[in-house]
Design a protein around this ligand. Structure first.
Ligand code: GDG
Length: 485
């Protein structure tokens, strides 16, 4: 039998819904991980295990069969969670403890024993499903902060299976991580992997420091020595499917007037009514880590500091609904609604609205309309593991025009030095960067973008996955040579 790779993530890369209480529909889902791993999963011999997006309460045996069949066609295996499991594991511990803490939002971090129990229980449920489907020689690649305990559970039951783990969000500094009551269990869970991957060297360094200070294991460069094995740690900055975005942009420009989307027609009209004006783009999930509120306030400061740009710029803001069951996200939604309303009320003229705000998810083609139409991208996360939007924006700039303004708090900033790098809390610096972006000569835009594009092309999503898998395979040699000794 051929060996396979089992990919494991909280959500399957599928949107599964039940209509009329009986018909199951399946479509691809949106999100960093889904977008990123899709090409790997489609090409390789693999099985993807994850939560279906449905609760056990919603599913009867007949629907379950339909889900299993639809998932199987996509080489997926669906796990259902009960409402209680979902509340404790996902909305609870994952998104009210780990997510805020790892993004340095300590004031949002909740320490709740019941939610921790739920997190452990669901991690065990995932691990059981993985173990049921494992054959000798298979490789398991576990993704992200919802499943930190899974590598440890697999390793304890199947010591000879190779396990990789990749963290898509930052790993915080030891001083922040140590505040967690369950810090040891989480680290031990992660150390069940043979290879641990992070987006940047800083996250890797923070992790190693926590391991050595909390668990007292010996750490050297990128290796952790445990009693009976060695764990490798490395950084793998996640790339994008560059060709997909480049191709989509090229096709976009070939569209005739009547093939254009309604959104594109409206974007074009903007230029007709405000000649010489520029559009500034921001796209994110509606999340407090993404710095949406400070972006709007910095934009307000820009219009106040440089009033000559009134009627010459428009901020087009797409915020994709996310985790709306968590109170902080509801509060943020209200805050952003208010800010947009206040600023539009303050600056609008009969012919100009400074902010166009969309609170929804858009189809891929509309995303390309936005990327290709906007002269400037303004991405100001307060913390972000990587930020793929920054990379996608540059990939769609096929004529090399466009300016990216990017927060230094995004992992992507490490690879995009040629962008205008800002501190998301420094509104004055952002205002100056907006002015600089608006006035930047085309020649300079091109020379900056050319360098970034070359880099992004070289280290795309496929390369990212290949490098991780290659390094993971390399750990097998470690096992073997250790055993031989
Ligand atoms: C996490 C980490 C890390 C967005 N809106 C729409 C849409 N998108 C797509 C984008 C992009 C993806 O979603 C967002 O990825 P990001 O990386 O920017 O952010 P997170 O979702 O927070 O992802 C992050 C990532 O994992 C990968 O490791 O970079 O730091 O937080 O691909 O294109 N796609 C469509 N419609 C939308 O409205 N079709």
């Amino acid at each position: 039998m051929k060996n396979k790779t089992i990919i494991v993530s909280n959500r399957l890369p599928l949107q599964i819904s039940i209509e009329n209480n009986q018909d199951v529909t399946v479509s691809p889902s949106v999100g960093g991980l889904a977008t990123g791993m899709k090409s790997v999963h489609q090409e390789g011999d693999s099985l993807w295990i994850g939560w279906s997006g449905l609760t056990e309460e919603e599913v009867n045996p007949e629907i379950q069969t339909q889900i299993n069949n639809a998932a199987e066609k996509e080489k997926c295996l669906a796990i259902n969670l009960t409402e209680k499991e979902l509340d404790d594991y996902y909305y609870g511990f994952s998104n009210r403890t780990i997510w805020p803490l790892f993004h340095y939002f300590m004031e949002y971090t909740k320490f709740d024993e019941e939610q921790w129990k739920g997190y452990k229980q669901v991690n065990e449920k995932f691990a059981e499903k993985i173990i049921e489907n494992l054959n000798d020689g298979d490789t398991v690649w576990v993704h992200d902060y919802q499943l930190l305990l899974v590598p440890g559970i697999i390793k304890a039951s199947k010591p000879n299976v190779t396990v990789g783990f990749f963290l898509h969000i930052p790993f915080p500094s030891y001083e922040v991580f140590r505040t967690l009551p369950w810090r040891e269990s989480l680290l031990k869970g992660m150390l069940g992997a043979d290879l641990l991957g992070f987006h940047t060297y800083d996250y890797e360094r923070h992790f190693l420091s926590s391991v050595s200070r909390i668990l007292r294991h010996e750490t050297q460069f990128n290796e952790i020595t445990l009693k009976n094995r060695i764990v490798k740690v490395d950084s793998f900055p996640m790339g994008i499917d560059y060709e997909k975005f480049e191709q989509a942009a090229l096709e976009h420009f070939e569209k005739t007037q009547d093939q254009k989307s309604e959104l594109q027609v409206r974007l074009d009209q903007h230029l007709d009514t405000q000649p010489g004006s520029k559009m500034i783009l921001s796209i994110d999930r509606l999340d407090y880590t993404k710095g949406i509120a400070n972006r709007i306030q910095a934009f307000e400061h820009f219009l106040e500091k440089y009033p000559e740009f009134k009627e010459k710029v428009r901020l087009i803001m797409l915020a994709v609904p996310s985790r709306s069951n968590v109170p902080q996200y509801q509060k943020l939604k209200r805050e952003i609604d208010e800010l947009v309303g206040r600023i539009n009320g303050k600056f609008s003229t009969v012919s100009w609205t400074p902010i166009w705000y969309f609170y929804r998810s858009m189809p891929f083609d509309n995303l390309i309309d936005l990327y290709t139409s906007c002269d400037i991208a303004l991405l100001t996360p307060r913390r972000d593991g990587m930020n793929l939007v920054a990379k996608e924006y540059i990939a769609t700039r096929t004529d090399l025009s466009g300016v990216l303004i990017l927060s230094e708090m995004a992992g992507a900033a490490h690879e995009m030095n040629e962008a205008l790098i800002i501190n998301p809390n420094n509104y004055d610096q952002i205002a100056d960067a907006l002015k600089q972006a608006y006035e930047m000569p085309l020649k300079e835009q091109k020379s900056r973008n050319r360098i970034i594009q070359r880099r992004l092309k070289r280290y795309g999503i496929k390369k990212w996955a290949d490098e991780f898998m290659k390094a993971l395979e390399g750990t097998k040699v470690n096992h073997i040579s250790k055993k031989a000794k």
